[in-house]
Design a protein around this ligand. Structure first.
Ligand SMILES: Cc1cc2nc3c(=O)[nH]c(=O)nc-3n(C[C@H](O)[C@H](O)[C@H](O)COP(=O)(O)OP(=O)(O)OC[C@H]3O[C@@H](n4cnc5c(N)ncnc54)[C@H](O)[C@@H]3O)c2cc1C
Length: 293
């Protein structure tokens, strides 16, 4: 690790001023679980590390029926999993944040750090896409909001501009009849990071058999989490059967441009995602996914 200075601003404004002052020579430090590895491996060599973990007001989790959920960027994974409004109104997020990585990372890593690092082998992005989340970004000129799908740009790349800090995430209030599911798939049970994951969100129609406002998203198997709009449309307004689940899975597999690496080549990841989509749709519809069609 190369030497660097640590700055500990007392407010968000001071942190933004430091980023402005040191520009490309500065980097933000939240929980440090990703950054310390990057520093030790000399993937980055900042002159100043701006520690934001202690900033007031950026780790709060608040909910209102009108506004929905706001999660501060500095909220830690375990904190989100244990949060009362999250458990009550977004149980899928409580499950996701309570199940990712390992206890050490869940107690130290922040959701903001997870999203800003943009490592593909992570859990939250696909689920946040499916829930229609947006991010709140703070800069010297004020705040801006971006839909999650515009924030996630590519492999280790987000729409964050130099000098900006992710302040939080906003998730709209659940609609009546809304359901959301998230499933992650590991290469081996000993691994922490997902090889592939899939998130599904829909509103059950009045007939109880068909869905509307369906959003399906894939993560980890691809360089950047991806909304699968075509498959979502295929699941809309018709009774969900195993054949329909298989159709959506085939559409996703066709569209997928997966990562191919030592953890799994493209063909393997495509097969995992295809099976995962069929299974999550079947589970959501109360069907036995082990049956063949
Ligand atoms: C062993 C291990 C296993 C893991 N397994 C999983 C897993 O199964 N699933 C999963 O989803 N993730 C997993 N992770 C990733 C983990 O979730 C992230 O490392 C963590 O969330 C990053 O948060 P942090 O606060 O530690 O970020 P830091 O390490 O402090 O920062 C990470 C990056 O984001 C930037 N940054 C941080 N916060 C902000 C902000 N608010 N605004 C702007 N830039 C910011 C930093 O400059 C840095 O570039 C794993 C990590 C480890 C080390």
């Amino acid at each position: 690790m190369l030497p660097f200075d640590i700055a500990t601003p007392g407010t968000l404004a001071e942190a933004l001023a430091l980023l402005d002052q040191y520009d490309e020579e500065a980097c933000v430090f939240a929980g440090g679980t990703a950054l310390v590895i990057a520093l030790r491996q000399r993937m980055i060599a900042p002159r100043v590390v701006v520690s934001i973990g202690q900033l007031p007001g950026l780790s709060e989790i608040t909910y209102s029926e009108a506004e929905g959920l706001r999660i501060g960027a500095l909220a830690r994974h375990a904190q989100i999993a244990a949060s009362d409004p999250v458990r009550r109104h977004y149980p899928v997020l409580a499950q996701l944040f309570g199940g990712l990585a390992n206890p050490q990372v869940r107690n130290q890593g922040t959701v903001g750090g997870n999203l800003c690092y943009a490592d593909p082998a992570t859990d939250p992005p696909s689920c946040l896409l499916a829930l229609g989340a947006e991010v709140i970004i703070a800069g010297r000129m004020g705040q801006r909001r971006l839909p999650m799908r515009a924030f996630l740009v590519d492999f280790f790349t987000t729409a964050l501009e130099p000098g900006e800090i992710l302040a939080g995430i906003h998730i709209p209030p659940p609609q009546p009849g809304e359901h959301a599911l998230y499933r992650r798939h590991l290469r081996t049970p000993a691994e922490h990071r997902p090889l592939a994951n899939v998130a599904l969100r829909f509103v059950a129609g009045p007939d109880g058999h068909s869905w509307k406002d369906v959003r399906l998203a894939i993560g980890a198997a691809v360089p950047v989490a991806l909304p699968m709009d075509e498959a979502g449309r295929a699941l809309t307004g018709r009774p969900i059967t195993l054949a329909v689940a298989g159709e959506a899975a085939a559409l996703v597999a066709e569209r997928l441009e997966p990562i191919s690496d030592s953890r799994g080549d493209a063909a393997f990841r495509t097969a995992v995602v295809r099976a995962a989509v069929r299974r999550i749709v079947a589970e959501a519809a109360g069907l036995d996914w082990t049956e063949t069609t």
